[in-house]
Write a protein that binds this ligand. Structure first.
Ligand code: PMP
Length: 295
């Protein structure tokens, strides 16, 4: 599904066939989850294939690595160039790009100096589809920010995400919404969360969530459109008073939420300012309404 016979990946300085790559089974990442990664998208824009906010993603990869004591020596500029090269050799246009920084052989819990980087890319449509989705308030909470760096994109953190999504799917929902360790609404397993009330947007503040790059783009679009956005803590019970809501993330893009725990939001999606943001986001990524710094 993710690669074919001829698919090329980048691994530690070389472009090789995905089917020829292998990994050391004593990798510290494989056993203990200490690795960092990114999820990035490219779009076939009016000006050719462009990676959306490449610099922001690779800078966050560096941030995550630093938090996990992983020495990532390759620059964001270089990583962006490699990603464009991968898109070219694999003839990808609307693709998902996955850089993964993983560690080598180390069965102890000590810092590991054997740092590897792989970048893979594949053609990928909407992660959560394009219809409004049915969401479940998860019985799982996001990790306690005192137990790990929640604002970093770390491999091991995603066991929490997998548990929440699996629970939601098994109960007939499309996706989960998790609270933080204080019981406030936090985020989805792989996306941030916004609510709309009286044409104003609200989203949980940073601290217990991943600082999403799409979340930041929503702030930018809202400002351009003159829409107010506030960072605010709220509880699940407060969601009974809102007009509508959405998730946003690189993979999910902007996806409207129909209901939470079967409670349907009153405002029709088409009439919401959230849907305006959704349309504007699509235009922004596909019309290359953004800066590419290292081209
Ligand atoms: N929260 C979590 C837990 C995520 O995994 C993601 C996806 N990276 C997001 C939010 C959204 O972040 P971004 O917009 O940078 O993709």
């Amino acid at each position: 599904m993710y690669y074919k016979d001829k698919t090329v990946i980048y691994l530690n300085g070389e472009y090789i066939k995905a089917s020829d790559a292998n990994v050391n089974l004593y990798s510290q990442t494989l056993h203990y989850g200490n690795g960092v990664f990114e999820g990035i998208r490219s779009y076939n824009t009016d000006d050719g294939v462009r990676i959306f906010k490449a610099k922001e993603h690779f800078d966050r990869l560096h941030y995550s690595a630093e938090k996990m004591h992983i020495n990532l020596s390759i620059s964001s500029e270089e990583l962006e160039k490699i990603s464009y090269q991968l898109l070219k050799v694999n003839k990808l246009k609307n693709a998902y790009i996955r850089p993964l920084v993983y560690l080598g052989e180390n069965m102890s819990l000590n810092e590991c100096n054997d740092v590897n980087i792989v970048i893979m890319a594949w053609e990928w449509g909407n992660y959560l589809g394009s219809n409004q989705i049915k969401v479940m308030s998860s019985s799982f909470q996001r990790p306690n920010p005192k137990s790990c760096h929640v604002e970093a994109k770390v491999v091991g953190h995603y066991t929490n995400s997998i548990l929440a999504t699996t629970e939601a799917k098994n109960k007939g929902f499309d996706e989960a919404l998790l609270s933080d360790n204080e019981g406030y609404v936090a985020e989805a397993p792989g996306a941030n969360f916004f609510v709309e009330k009286d044409e104003v947007l609200y989203t949980p503040p940073l601290g217990n969530i991943l600082a999403g790059i799409t979340r930041q783009t929503v702030f930018e679009i809202a400002e351009e459109l003159g829409i107010e956005v506030h960072e605010k803590k709220f509880k699940f019970k407060d969601l009974k008073n809102i007009d509508t809501a959405f998730f946003c993330g690189t993979a999910a893009e902007i996806i409207g939420i129909k209901s939470i725990d079967h409670y349907e939001f009153p405002l029709k999606w088409e009439n919401s300012i959230s849907s305006l943001i959704q349309r504007k986001y699509k235009m922004r990524v596909s019309k290359n309404e953004f800066q590419n710094v290292y081209l």
